[in-house]
Write a new protein. Structure first.
Length: 195
């Protein structure tokens, strides 16, 4: 008898990540994993090195594993925040994202995480969104990105982008609906009292 496969979702933590960009989707995915999912779901905190990451507003978050030792990921959530400025020009980070995407990992971003995806070439010719304040950066990074300024999130199949902060929660609920069912997403929404 074959064991039931586990869906593994990674949330990326990095220096100066926006707290709610990371923790909002973590709450949704974690609640789904612990209370709702009809199959095993594992949520892991990933960073470029293990230990505590200091977020943009000072909160310290602990990374479970670095990117080299992370389990194979079915989903990566890439938050935004001030730290994305450095990640947009970090060749090693961009190559890692391209490798994940090329290997079939579903890629999801919150806020300026989408600008990092654009820098990695993951949004070429695709529609995408980000925080309203950063929409004008898309053409500077990749002029082929179709900017969707009014969308809370945009799902293009293998890449999903979302606008700022609370839109990441909306996107994470969409992920639950897509990966499990609309009923599961509704149950998570009720569980975390998000309306």
């Amino acid at each position: 008898m074959n064991p039931v496969p586990t869906l593994t979702a990674g949330v990326l933590f990095f220096a100066d990540v926006e707290e709610l960009d990371a923790v909002g989707p973590w709450e949704v995915l974690g609640y789904w994993a612990d209370h709702v999912a009809a199959f095993p779901v594992q949520v892991v905190a990933i960073g470029h090195e293990p230990g505590v990451v200091r977020c943009s507003k000072g909160l310290g978050l602990t990374v479970d594993c670095d990117v080299e030792h992370a389990p194979p990921l079915d989903l990566l959530v890439h938050p935004g925040g001030d730290g994305t400025d450095k990640l947009q020009v970090d060749d090693e980070h961009l190559a890692w994202l391209r490798t994940l995407h090329g290997g079939g990992t579903l890629m999801a971003s919150v806020c300026t995480g989408s600008l990092v995806f654009a820098a990695a070439g993951l949004l070429a010719g695709r529609p995408a969104t980000t925080h309203w304040r950063y929409m004008d950066f898309f053409p500077e990074i990749d002029s082929s990105v179709e900017v969707r300024a009014d969308d809370r999130y945009v799902d293009t199949g293998s890449v999903i982008t979302s606008a700022g902060v609370s839109a990441g929660i909306d996107m994470a609920l969409h992920l639950v609906s897509r990966l499990d069912s609309p009923e599961a997403a509704a149950e998570v929404r009720r569980g975390i009292q998000y309306h």
